[in-house]
Write a protein that binds this ligand. Sequence first.
Ligand code: COS
Length: 410
Amino acid sequence: MPAERPTLPGPSHLEWPFLGDEHRALAAEVARFLAHAPATDAPAHAPAHADPHDHATTDAACRRWVRALGDAGLLRHGVPAPFGAHPAISSRALCVLREALAAHDGLADFAFAMQGLGAGPISLGGTPAAREAWLPRVASGDAIAAFALSEPDAGSDAGALACRATRTDGGWRLDGVKTWISNGGIADFYCVFARSDAASTGAKGVSAFLVPATTPGLDASARLATIAPHPLATVRLDGCVVPIDHLLGEEGRGFALAMQVLDIFRTSVAAAAVGFARRALAEALGHAGRRAMFGGTLGTQPLAQAILGDMATDVDTAALLTYRAAWQRDVTGTRTTMVAAMAKLGATELAQQVIDRAVQLHGGQGVASGAVVERLYREIRALRIYEGASEVQRLLIGREALKAAGAEGR
Ligand code: COS
């Protein structure tokens, strides 16, 4: 288990006006859950010589988190009612949960978040039958979900995807390769984005499909190893046939569906970054109070105080961007592309800097294998890349700002 977390000074961000009593109650619920959470032996927590190719250990740890989160009723917040906790997915609930889970354990956050993202196309575009078949199982932790958009030649340029969907007598036939698929290898179903209009290019002519992992022709055995291990794979689809009603949303509108799902979950990535950063700040404050230096402690050194001041400011800046975006989606119901992109860009970039400074303040101890800040340093990195790299978020913000000014952006 990670080391005990020192308490931060000052009023909690949970008192901010973006949040209400139900969010504070949820924060208390997740704190109680984490107090009795399973110990983690995931490779991210293990010394650096632990094998990141030990997929069996990572998979088992992830499955344990999904089970525990499902049993605790927390996964219900990732899907809409009647199967989830709310009529629509609450962005603020997602953020409160992800922030707390990430501060505790990156894999716990991953296990929670990927259930919602993976099932997102069903939540937003599934037929009643698809919703009924899968969402209760996602909410209970009985089924593991995966979102399959990226391809070897279509990452940031998601509209360049080449996976094909062809109508057959019995349904849709899918052929292609998806990669960097979170939960790949352990998922029970994949929401796959494929080109259903062979003559189309770019974002047009793309559709989304629900593909159970047991579908003949689906192979998720090519696993990927990363610096902060979690279940991840390249998924091959070779003549996978799914029934006609496994289409998610409207035919040809799959790209917009993917973007709508990402509009929700990008803000929650920002919340996870806030959780990692808040934990790094807490670790740094604790260390600064203990570490003897130049006749005092590290915390009595003005240079360290200035660094801690920057870190605290960055954590609050990241949190303000995050909870503003979540509040806007929940309360105003308006499209949140721009504020979600700002939250993801701002929070992940600031969190990276906060964690880097925490490592620096820890000196040699900060890079020691198994140190909390060393783990955070590895865990934060992918958040600046997945669900839209920082550069994609900048592009979206710039475009939306131009649009708001009545100028041409594209
Ligand atoms: N909500 C609803 N509809 C949306 C939307 C949103 N947030 N964003 C885009 N759309 C619609 C557009 O309205 C457009 O529809 P029409 O053709 O009917 O006008 C269509 O989707 C295409 O949008 P756009 O022109 O913006 O597509 P681009 O190819 O220019 O998109 C970016 C470029 C970079 C923004 C996009 O490819 C992207 O987000 N890439 C990152 C992908 C990503 O996050 N991958 C991670 C996968 S999970 S780890």
